[in-house]
Design a protein around this ligand. Structure first.
Ligand SMILES: Cc1ncc(COP(=O)(O)O)c(C=O)c1O
Length: 389
């Protein structure tokens, strides 16, 4: 565990300098590494020596990125992936056997839901969902074969919050692995391991990169579990590319200043929207009207950069609003410097049936706003003219 403050670890966790004494870590864009002799090669492959062999296994840039996330989340070890979905899939695939059971919050990212409902059943792995607003039902859903308790908080796109401390205590009592997708919060806002998570997964594509450039994913947590995930990944090949790892490691250097501003802007916009007559509902963790406001305040340092709104008039009004937006982007990404507006029901979560969408907090007119770093008054001006159009 590092004694440094968060910002310092995000900046000063760095590879050893090369013979060129560079200040900022260079890119190690190489697929493999050379050995001194046959014995060096043998000992490296048997892991008697800890060193880079092949970039599917490890690479200096990837190591630097992972080391940072490990420190920032207060974890023991980690492994980085090409995407957030590769991190999520590989984590489950490495740790579960045929016949195992998952208990998960119903409100999970669309592709994670597709893993649970379409692909895992092919390998005899079943998932039971609990309602994020009714965590008291979780214990009744646990079976003898349950291995994993899984949730996101805040959720995508409904921005619901679940009590991580409660999940930690349930997981401990029933000897389950608690895995949390911490993508919307980042370790600066919330550290699930403190509340008892065994593993934390991220789509690094979002706020970790923060500038809409590269895809990436990472899992961090207990070293014995990460070891299993590493061995699975080393053989199946979802590794993060050295270039993307280099970009992401640099991005983490500015995570704190970016998030402070993202969250400041988001709160101002959420408060503006709450007073707007064209909007029937505003969901933002740090608004006192949020149903889980007290829990959000307990476990989150800031409210995050995502706001969900319901435009009066349902789906048609929502579409009209999106079509009237001038400056903000209509894009599937989030956590970018540029403010993004999305309609989850027809995009990211369109694979869910209408009933499933409603059960996960996605009404037909729900619009997700990922607040960026533009001047907040310009973002408000754009949203206001689109609502009034
Ligand atoms: C909460 C959450 N988890 C996982 C993912 C998947 O990440 P990626 O797109 O990097 O595969 C996303 C993507 O939007 C997400 O929002």
């Amino acid at each position: 565990m590092s004694d440094n403050k968060f910002e310092t670890d995000a900046i000063r966790t760095q590879l050893e300098r090369s013979q060129f004494q560079e200040h900022s870590t260079p890119m190690y864009v190489t697929s493999s590494f050379v050995f001194e002799d046959a014995e060096d090669m043998r000992a490296s492959f048997t892991e008697e020596k800890e060193r880079n062999i092949y970039s599917r296994f490890s690479n200096p840039n990837t190591t630097e990125f992972v080391d940072k996330v490990v420190k920032l989340e207060g974890a023991e070890d980690g492994y980085a992936f090409a995407t957030g979905m590769a991190a999520i899939f590989s984590t489950f695939a490495a740790l579960l056997n045929s016949g195992d059971h998952i208990v998960s919050a119903r409100s999970v990212f669309g592709a994670t839901h597709t893993l649970f409902t379409k692909y895992f059943p092919k390998w005899n792995i079943e998932t039971t969902y609990f309602d994020i607003n009714n965590p008291n039902e979780i214990e009744s859903l646990i079976q003898p074969s349950t291995k994993i308790l899984y949730a996101e908080s805040p959720t995508n796109p409904g921005v619901e919050i679940i009590d991580l401390e409660l999940l930690g205590s349930i997981a401990k009592k029933h000897n389950l692995l608690l895995i949390i997708d911490n993508c919307f919060a980042t370790p600066y806002i919330q550290q699930p391991i403190k509340f008892g998570a065994d593993l934390v997964v991220h789509s690094a594509t979002k706020l970790m990169d923060g500038q809409g450039r590269v895809l990436g994913g990472v899992v961090v947590g207990k070293s014995d579990l990460v070891r299993e995930i590493y061995l699975f990944s080393r053989n199946t090949g979802p590794a993060l590319s050295p270039f993307n790892a280099w970009v992401l490691s640099k991005s983490l250097e500015t995570l704190v200043v970016r998030l402070e501003k993202h969250c400041e802007n988001a709160l101002i916009i959420a408060e503006f929207l709450e007073k707007n007559n064209e909007v029937s509902k505003v969901i933002y963790p740090f608004l006192s009207s949020h149903p889980q406001y007290e829990i959000a305040k307990k476990q989150m340092k800031l409210g995050g950069n995502i706001i969900a709104i319901e435009v009066k008039g349902g789906i048609e009004a929502g579409r009209k609003f999106l079509n009237a937006i001038k400056m903000c982007s209509l894009s599937a990404n989030l956590g970018d410097t540029r403010t993004i507006v999305t309609h989850p029901a027809s995009t990211t979560h369109s694979k869910l049936t209408s009933e499933e969408q409603l059960a996960t907090g996605i009404s037909p007119g729900l619009v997700r706003i990922s607040v960026g770093l533009e001047n907040v008054n310009d973002v408000i001006k754009d949203i206001k003219q689109a609502l009034n159009s």
